[in-house]
Ligand binder design. Structure first.
Ligand SMILES: *Cc1c(COP(=O)(O)O)cnc(C)c1O
Length: 222
């Protein structure tokens, strides 16, 4: 199957899960997780209608930016971000999904101020979520970052549908923080990958990050 056909299949499954949770397919944002896939694959995914592409590694993202891999769609940064690489991502990514500490948050604020822009971010929730509320309160005070929502990467699934309970807990945290700290202005709850995006949508996700189901298995031997 081609990337285009894979995306059509993913969209159908997304639409089904959206309907089951009383929403429409238009309510769910599809990020193609394009790590280890080349610029041509990225362009095919954009032509086939992904809403954004998400990258994990700064070096790979920078190289593919130079090849115009993301032209035509917003670029998201979804991977672990080291503080010393913040400078290479702020102002390049439309959305940095993976801000998981207050230290990283302050670093993004500093760099966005330097570039005189406002950087859109998601706060990454680690298991439990206790630190997220503090980060959300801090972020409100930072003029050069704008929190658009929350993101999470669940634990590795050991049984089918094993993450459903985790997704539901995460959705409750999103609703809680959105109401309490953001006046219900947050828009995105990013959760769900190739193996579990339908469950994530059923639990309330409105942004999924799908790699393998779009681009095929990644070849880690290269
Ligand atoms: C690679 C990756 C994905 C996509 O994973 P698949 O299982 O290939 O769909 C989603 N989110 C993050 C943060 C990733 O690194």
């Amino acid at each position: 199957m081609t990337i285009t056909e894979h995306i059509a299949a993913v969209r159908r499954e997304m639409a089904e899960a959206a309907r089951e949770s009383g929403r429409s397919e238009r309510d769910i944002f599809l990020v193609g997780a394009s790590k280890m896939n080349d610029a041509a694959a990225c362009q095919e995914a954009i032509a086939a209608g992904v809403d954004a592409l998400g990258e994990n590694r700064v070096q790979e993202m920078t190289a593919k930016l130079a090849q115009n891999a993301y032209d035509g769609a917003p670029l998201h940064f979804i991977g672990h971000l080291q503080r010393n690489k913040v400078r290479q991502v702020v102002g390049k990514a439309a959305l940095i999904q993976s801000i998981g500490s207050e230290a990283l948050l302050r670093e993004v604020e500093k760099e966005a101020a330097r570039q005189q822009l406002v950087q859109d971010i998601l706060l990454e929730v680690k298991i439990g979520g206790e630190e997220t509320e503090a980060a959300a309160v801090l972020a409100r005070e930072l003029p050069h970052v704008r929190v658009r929502g929350l993101m999470t990467i669940p634990p590795v699934e050991t049984v089918p549908h094993g993450n459903l309970v985790y997704f539901e807990k995460m959705h409750r945290l999103y609703v809680d923080i959105n109401g309490k700290i953001y006046d219900n202005k947050l828009e995105y709850i990013s959760m769900g990958m190739s193996g579990d995006f339908a469950d994530a949508i059923r639990a309330g996700s409105n942004m999924v990050r799908v790699g393998t189901a779009i681009f095929g298995a990644r070849d880690y031997t290269k």
